[in-house]
Design a binder for this molecule. Sequence first.
Ligand code: SF4
Ligand code: SF4
Length: 103
Amino acid sequence: MSSLIWYLHEFARLEWIKNFLFAKTKPVPTPPRFRDFPVVVEGCTECKACVTICPVPEAITLSHVDEKPTPVINVGRCIRCHQCINVCKFGALVRKEIAVSAN
Ligand code: SF4
Ligand code: SF4
């Protein structure tokens, strides 16, 4: 029992409890080299080069939105290698920072 009292005396300090309960870490900034998921923009011609080159099965598929061919990124499978962006000659897939800066 005495060891329990000693333990409480040593460790149950109000300042430590406050620090434990209200500890906050600074948000981690996104490093410039971070690759996000590809962003789909206008211009898909349904050439299927992105689907062919993608190393992960069904990470990218082609669908139709308003009768326009549109690539769809499966974020549960995509490994963000950006091979689809590099192979698309029509600019229908872009890096996220480029899509953000264009808006
Ligand atoms: S996104 Fe680009 S590479 Fe993929 S099917 Fe459309 S035009 Fe072709
Ligand atoms: S970034 Fe890589 S894994 Fe993701 S859809 Fe494009 S080619 Fe596939």
